[in-house]
Design a protein around this ligand. Structure first.
Ligand code: SF4
Length: 405
């Protein structure tokens, strides 16, 4: 339900949904938008053409466009993030007081759900926000990364870390030993996640099985853990199960296994293909072969499980560029992806101390600049062929620097 209103010289509207409350208002002649989940947490905001998103860990990511159509971002940590949350709360408090005191004119009465939304947002003050972040860090090991379409998932850390941890361009789980949770410890974790999210669960759209490759868990143990997920959450109502899997895993699942997993609610698996070029995969110390990824995708697709395939742009620099493009096209085409699937182009992000950076320097690799990386994505995309019957997968960019959970 949307309510339009006027208060002094501010016009505003309230969007009251079953999963969030959004205030859009004009303040000092500028548009401001604040959304809160049903637990009262600030979720997103827009102030002076900068969009903000609060992660459950309390950090905010601010993003804005530049004159040359580039996107910039900045992370905001406490105390600045708490100050921003307070600003949102103050706006909500002022508006709610004006509504209650009859100073604001609305085109419809504020329904009880709207009043409840305000009450929850106002109760989520700095002390509550800090307590929430403390609870988050007790419930979760830091969530390393998710595919962009899964940022609003309920993450359940069924297995911790990565079973490989060898890829030179990836630092997400270096400090974490791979461990599969027992059903008992996983049940406690899942219940703690449910309790932590509280009413905010209504905003979550899917369930993501963490961390890096939960689907390497052998079938009997995996099915036992999935039973726990169903005990604690309404999987169908939450939109099903999603997970990463390294396409090159030693623990290969058959089409029959994927059929069983689809029955348990598995909807899509995200595969870090990175490249179809075998020498480049070896340089990246990515385990296994591209051919294994094709086989894994076929097993999933024939079982009704969709895939999201991630390609790394810029990996191997100029030296590998042509082969990377050519052989990645060939592998993606062999996967026979369709409209249910996704392809993500993720730019290589180098960081100080990263093994890849050292290896590339020692091998004398000339890196691709930002524009060349984008062109590489366009070249791969231009070579892709899809059947008219199956349709075209959604293709988009994946910027790991914007990840927020
Ligand atoms: S398999 Fe995936 S998560 Fe593990 S090290 Fe490689 S890229 Fe990182």
């Amino acid at each position: 339900m949307v309510i339009l209103g006027q208060w002094q010289n501010h016009s505003f509207n309230l969007s009251i949904k079953s999963n969030c409350l959004t205030l859009s208002l004009e303040w000092d002649g500028k548009a401001e938008v604040y959304s809160f989940d049903c637990a009262g947490r600030l979720w997103t905001a827009l102030v002076e053409n900068v969009s903000y998103r609060r992660g459950l860990d309390g950090k905010l990511v601010a993003k804005w466009g530049t004159a040359n159509e580039a996107r910039e971002r900045r992370w905001i940590f406490p105390p600045a993030s708490l100050e921003f949350e307070e600003r949102a709360r103050q706006r909500a408090a002022a508006l709610y007081a004006a509504i209650q005191q009859g100073q604001a004119v609305l085109n419809a009465d504020l329904p009880p759900a709207g009043a409840l939304g305000f009450a929850r947002a106002l109760a989520f003050d700095a002390a509550r926000s800090q307590a929430d972040v403390r609870q988050y860090s007790q419930v979760y090991q830091p969530v390393g990364i998710l595919p962009p379409d899964q940022y609003m998932a309920v993450v359940l850390q069924m297995a911790l870390g990565c079973s490989f941890n060898t890829c030179t361009f990836c630092t997400f789980y270096r400090d974490r030993r791979f461990r599969i949770q027992s059903p008992q410890s996983f049940r406690q974790h899942a219940q703690a996640v449910r309790d932590f999210l509280g009413e905010g669960l209504s905003l979550r759209r899917t369930i993501f099985l963490g961390d890096a490759n939960a689907l390497v868990i052998p079938m009997p143990r995996l099915l036992a853990l999935l039973e726990v997920v169903h005990e604690v959450f309404d999987v169908a109502a939450l939109g099903g199960l999603y997970a990463f899997l390294d396409g090159f895993s030693g623990e290969k699942k058959s089409a029959a296994d994927y059929r069983r997993l689809a029955q348990a609610g598995l909807k899509r698996v995200y595969i870090g293909l990175e490249s179809g070029c075998q020498p480049l995969l070896s340089f990246l110390k990515k385990p296994g072969k591209a051919a294994d990824a094709i086989q894994a995708v076929q097993a999933m697709k024939t079982s009704g499980v969709a895939v999201g395939v991630i390609v790394l742009l810029g990996a191997g620099g100029q030296a590998y560029a042509r082969q990377h493009v050519r052989e990645t096209i060939s592998v993606l085409n062999a996967m026979r992806l369709d409209a249910d699937d996704l392809i993500y182009f993720s730019e290589l992000v180098e960081a100080e101390g990263m093994e890849y950076t050292r290896d590339a320097y020692e091998a004398g690799l000339q890196p691709l600049n930002a524009e060349e990386r984008l062109i590489q994505g366009e070249q791969i995309e231009a070579g892709l062929k899809f059947s008219t019957a199956g349709g075209v997968p959604h293709i988009s960019r994946y910027d790991i620097r914007e990840f927020v959970y």
